[in-house]
Design a binder for this molecule. Sequence first.
Ligand code: TYM
Length: 334
Amino acid sequence: APRVFSGIQPSGGLTLGNYLGAIKRFVGMQDEGGFETVYCMVDLHAITARLLDPSELSHNTRELAAGFIASGIDPAKSILINQSQVPEHAQLAWIFNCVARMGWMSRMTQWKDKSGKNAEAASLGLFAYPALMAADILIYHATHVPVGEDQKQHLELTRDIAAKFNHDYGVEFFPITEPVIEGAATRVMSLRDGSKKMSKSDPSDASRINMTDDADAIAKKIRKAKTDPDALPSEAKGLEDRPEARNLVNIYAGLADMSVDQVLADHGGAQFGQFKPALAELAVEKLAPISSEMARLMDDTAEIDRILAHGAEQARAITAPILARTYEIIGMVR
Ligand code: TYM
């Protein structure tokens, strides 16, 4: 069966952006059947921007695992792992550090944004981040990678790394990966500023819905979300120059599994005074059960650790032979 791989950083809490852009698609591909699915907490990536407090990193990793499970990732159907528990990811990443070119890496927009004006002070790991990401995917020979819009460039780099390895060694070993960027909410924007991505690192908590927010917090953030004074249009093209309005409609469509046109067929002509309460009700209905299930799962972290240990064992049955074959192709004496 074709293999699906995707990952999320345990660098903070989960947001609605992660849920609609990624996790909901993960669950969809798991349940569609026909795929072998591997989902990962990328703890090695989470320390590239800054070294986290150790208890914060372990808490975030377990809470992210709880978020995956509470959202419908079933450890009996998907392999659920923590990246550092499957050492072949980091081992293949070293090889890819030697395949990828400095020029390719310096063109990554995420590197440019995150290193900012002071690239001298950024970690080497932040620069090499996309090579580790390519290794995450290719150590499984995964062909399908569900992600949000912001990861597109990293997936193009993954294809370039696979192609260069195959070309340089004259093999057809690593597959050329397909990004899966689907649905109405592949780029969820801040609730305070329709030109910025919703992000766990935004200093304003009102800018995002956290997957741990309770019903009151969710409803309040939607009520206060920035909008414009006009009514909703009846077709998608009426949202073109209205980023905040478009974002709320996209969120509605993502949560309800509807197209934007369907949402506007139902709500076109409505004022935000009517639409926001409908959106808040839908968001609470879909998200509050996930946050309460996450809290329940976090009461038994030993069980989470058992699930991850089992996942790592299943994963290594796939990754160890692929790494061994990679070393053989390169000529490393074993
Ligand atoms: P991360 O942890 O930043 O985000 C995890 C996933 O959530 C998506 N996402 C969003 N989607 C829509 N709207 C948003 N506002 C939003 N914010 C985040 C991201 O696109 C992503 O799919 N580099 C990756 C983690 C990673 C990875 C991998 C992904 C490491 N190795 C291998 C795929 C395959 C990242 O930082 O995601």
